[in-house]
Design a protein around this ligand. Sequence first.
Ligand SMILES: NC(=O)c1ccc[n+]([C@@H]2O[C@H](COP(=O)([O-])OP(=O)(O)OC[C@H]3O[C@@H](n4cnc5c(N)ncnc54)[C@H](OP(=O)(O)O)[C@@H]3O)[C@@H](O)[C@H]2O)c1
Length: 250
Amino acid sequence: MKAKELPEGFAPASDLLEGRIILVTGAGSGIGRTVALAYAQHGATVLLLGRTVSGLETVYDEIVKASLPEPGIIPLDLGKLEPATLDQISEVITQRYGRLDGLLHNAGMLGDRVPFESCDLNVWQKVMDVNYTAVVILTRYLMDLLKTSDNASVVLTSSGVGARPRAYWGSYAVSKYAIEGLAELLADEFENTSRIRVNVINPGATRTPMRAAAYPNEDPRELKTADALVPLYLYLMDPKLAAHGCRFTF
Ligand SMILES: NC(=O)c1ccc[n+]([C@@H]2O[C@H](COP(=O)([O-])OP(=O)(O)OC[C@H]3O[C@@H](n4cnc5c(N)ncnc54)[C@H](OP(=O)(O)O)[C@@H]3O)[C@@H](O)[C@H]2O)c1
């Protein structure tokens, strides 16, 4: 993937995503919550996917209260995907919206940060299921809907330890390393075969529950908030731009 940064001076218009249908995973908290709200504020109909329904409902209420396009809620545990449920999700999106213009794979779990020799293999598998396998499966199931869009954007989420796995980061690092590989493969394959753009983002240290769990001794006030990431996440969904096959680092 080509390394790229948000172009200096990028100023998203308030109607940048007018009429776009964008699915965000992990939309009920952290970065996903902030970005889903920003997409709605810029005109998109956001499909809020996540495990904890109360979190998704809070985001839904906030969007509706602001008189923005009514979002959809997709309660789903990405660690327990069933073909029948996935068929149902793509069927409902097809009937209600007819296409999908954006897919932000944001949901993730940290798992254990322990020496490899003492890792819990069930936790290892769960992290791979949520952070990596679910991204493969969801993208595959939603391909037909993405192909119906005039300029679909798929964004995968990596991490600093995804580019280069480090000691004690266990399955989290390996799952993100796999995400980098998947992004590379999809970008190469779609380059000449579809209008689907694929990019990967490393949001960098951001003040969220996951970061607090990874670095319990850190002062969260020293970290950027997810709001700082909004322009980059908007840029990646901008239908007028053609960024494809790039690795963005904040
Ligand atoms: N924050 C950082 O410093 C940082 C740095 C580099 C990369 N990232 C990446 O950025 C993304 C967002 O992270 P974040 O910091 O915003 O983390 P977060 O606050 O922990 O949010 C993670 C989101 O993923 C959802 N999720 C977890 N397991 C799920 C499952 N089995 N099924 C469905 N949804 C599930 C969570 O939903 P529930 O609340 O329902 O569990 C939550 O909404 C992640 O991919 C992370 O790896 C973050």
